[in-house]
Design a protein around this ligand. Structure first.
Ligand SMILES: C[S@@+](CC[C@H](N)C(=O)[O-])C[C@H]1O[C@@H](n2cnc3c(N)ncnc32)[C@H](O)[C@@H]1O
Length: 274
């Protein structure tokens, strides 16, 4: 098959940005072609002209969803970057129990296959072991992602040996997982407070409700500055008063939104509505 023409790549960039917010850089053409090849073969699509026609036709909505999904980067791991989970344990959970009215709600936005949401639940479990609190024990953790495929994996709560090796100590593996024939299953104590929903950050957050803590890590970096700013402002609206925002280690809302104030603690940086 011949390569995408510059016009076809431009049309494809627009399709992906309109559907998911993800801005594909000019240098991503080979990556795009590589990721599309399997989907195109499965749908018997002969070339990029035919693909672009299908991406504009409503009856190909399943193909369109699959194309969006293959373009997302689902890289994640347990306790990724560690600091946000230390901040949660050392700063946010103690402050919440003193200052806010429960039950509390935590959002793992763009959660990929669920490791972030379950890491939050494990952090909460270990906090409660030292400081039991019936209200905090009722905390709900909501994981959302645009990809139905990763949400299905997250809901199963079953992970392969290889995935388990990325960020979990032996003690955590033993305390929070049960080995099964399919892989390692997140224990019911950790799973019971976590739910997962397919949700696109480009759409309204209202159906999700309000949150005390929002993790939105390693996704805004794929969006244009304008979109990032619009989403940060909507995140602020989805927060309860004094809610906390945690971003990826190289991300900041400052410069993109003036609604957040940076807070520095010995455990790292987080953001609150100003
Ligand atoms: C790199 S992963 C980050 C996962 C996790 N937050 C972490 O930091 O480990 C980015 C995730 O963002 C999701 N994503 C991309 N665009 C999205 C959108 N418009 N709405 C919701 N999720 C989106 C992708 O499907 C992917 O799972």
């Amino acid at each position: 098959m011949s390569a995408m023409t510059p016009q076809q790549f431009l049309a494809f960039q627009h399709f992906i940005e309109n559907r998911s917010g993800v801005s594909l850089g000019e240098n991503k053409q080979y990556l795009v072609q590589g990721r599309l090849s399997q989907v195109m073969a499965r749908y018997d699509i002969a070339d990029y002209a035919q693909l672009l026609c299908c991406l504009n036709a409503p009856r190909y909505h399943l193909l369109q969803q699959e194309v969006v999904e293959v373009m997302t980067t689902n890289e994640t791991s347990w306790f990724r970057d560690n600091r946000p989970f230390e901040l949660l344990k050392q700063v946010m959970l103690p402050q919440l129990t003193q200052q806010a009215v429960g039950p509390y709600r935590i959002w793992s936005a763009a959660c990929s296959s669920g490791q972030e949401a379950y890491s939050i639940s494990m952090t909460l479990e270990s906090y409660l072991a030292n400081a039991p609190d019936p209200m905090l024990a009722q905390t709900a953790i909501v994981g959302t992602d645009i990809s139905a495929q990763v949400i299905e994996q997250a809901r199963s709560g079953i992970y392969s040996d290889m995935v388990m090796q990325r960020g979990l100590s032996r003690r955590q593996q033993q305390a929070y997982f049960q080995p099964t024939e399919q892989g390692f299953q997140v224990s019911s104590d950790i799973k019971k407070r976590v739910s997962f929903t397919v949700h696109n950050l480009l759409t309204s957050f209202a159906p999700l409700g309000l949150f005390d803590v929002i993790f939105c890590r390693n996704v805004l970096m794929y969006f244009s500055p304008e979109l990032k700013s619009a989403i940060l402002n909507r995140i602020a609206q989805a927060m309860r008063p004094n809610g906390y925002l945690l971003l990826g280690s190289s991300e900041s809302p400052l410069g993109d939104s003036d609604v957040f104030k940076q807070k520095n603690s010995e455990y790292g940086i987080y953001f609150q509505r100003g």
